[in-house]
Design a protein around this ligand. Structure first.
Ligand code: UDP
Ligand code: MG
Length: 328
């Protein structure tokens, strides 16, 4: 998944965009402020590409005028299609709804706030024609993020890439172009816990990154607070790794070994030097520490059991309230 690889990969057949359809998929939560600018930029970027396109906007339970704006747009713009979810299901669910509804030979998920420059799609299509199945936008730097967000993101990717069998490029977001084959593979993954970046990586295929500088949000405010990002990170790691569960086996074995050695040493000492007054402080430390470790193990177990419970219930990932602009 080299970002600088410009050669056509071996075995990759060149493709042509002629007669193909491109689906742009946009999850939207309270994006009324950027709606107009978004459509203007996207359509200006897509028009010169010489390819038919549809823009599937998924209203993820917005509380502002997003849906009204979308409906109005779909009325006069044949490329615009709208899926209104029954409530706020979260970006990953909204993205899933849009990807499942997309009919294109290529599918491009993109944020509504113009942090993913639509002008890059032209380059994505060119790379797709070279034979790549996935072309992702690779953030050249994260200067538009706060230092705190940069550090936590970096930490997350380090942990994720270490504990899972997958490798998610740290620079990649959801902004990418996927071939129909990739989308069909993605649609086979039934899990409710949808860490999209992980799912994208899981399906594989020939991938390449196109570097870009990620600008700030065009207008409006982010829906992703730190608490939400933390939960999101937990979702990501638990979906793709059981390492956090196995850690406790190792830790348990290690402490059993230490305890055995300590017990043997203590018995030896009593046999040689006779009985001594037991140390209250050291006993307390051992009890508290082992209690804490056990609680943490329970906590980790709980994270997995809770997610297992959610998967087992098998509820749908999202509920659609209305579809506008499809079938025409
Ligand atoms: N989004 C969504 N549902 C949510 C939160 C966000 O569909 O519950 C959409 C949002 O409208 C935007 C994209 O996901 O198109 C990225 O969200 P945002 O810009 O708030 O996140 P950030 O860029 O700060 O990570
Ligand atoms: Mg954003």
């Amino acid at each position: 998944m080299s970002e600088t690889n410009t050669a056509i990969e071996p075995g990759a057949a060149p493709r042509s965009r002629a007669g193909k359809l491109l689906s742009v998929v946009v999850p939207m939560h309270n994006e009324a402020e950027v709606l107009g600018a978004f459509f203007e930029r996207v359509e200006a970027a897509l028009a010169p590409l010489g390819i038919a396109y549809e823009i599937i906007c998924v209203d993820d339970g917005s509380r502002d005028a997003t849906l009204a704006g979308l409906v109005e747009r779909a009325r006069r713009d044949p490329a615009a299609k709208v899926i209104a979810l029954a409530r706020n299901f979260g970006k990953e669910a909204a993205l899933t709804a849009g990807i499942e509804a997309a009919e294109g030979d290529m599918v491009v998920p993109i944020d509504a706030d113009l942090q993913d420059p639509p002008e890059l799609i032209g380059e994505f299509v060119a790379r797709w024609e070279q034979g790549y199945d996935v072309v992702y936008g690779a953030r050249a730097d994260r200067s538009s993020d706060t230092a705190m967000k940069r550090t936590t993101a970096q930490l997350f990717y380090q942990v994720f890439n270490r504990v899972s069998d997958l490798e998610i490029p740290e620079s990649a977001g959801d902004f990418r172009l996927m071939d129909r084959q990739v989308v069909d593979a993605l649609k086979l993954l039934p899990e409710r816990n949808r860490f999209m970046k992980g799912l994208f990586a899981w399906v594989g295929f020939r991938q390449v990154g196109v570097p870009y500088v990620r600008p700030e949000r065009a207008a409006g405010t982010t829906s992703m607070g730190y608490l939400r990002l933390f939960r999101f990170a937990l979702d990501g790691i638990t979906s793709f790794s059981t390492a956090p569960l196995r850690v406790w086996t190792v830790l348990g074995l290690a402490s059993a070994m230490v305890a055995t050695i300590a017990a043997l040493a203590l018995i030896g000492r009593v046999l040689i030097f006779g009985r001594e007054v037991p140390g209250y402080a050291s006993l307390m430390v051992v009890i508290l520490l082992s209690f804490a470790v056990q609680m943490m193990a329970f906590g980790v177990l709980g994270e997995y059991v809770g997610r297992l419970y959610q998967e087992v219930k098998g509820r749908p990932i999202y509920v659609v309230r209305a579809r506008i602009g499809f079938d025409r």
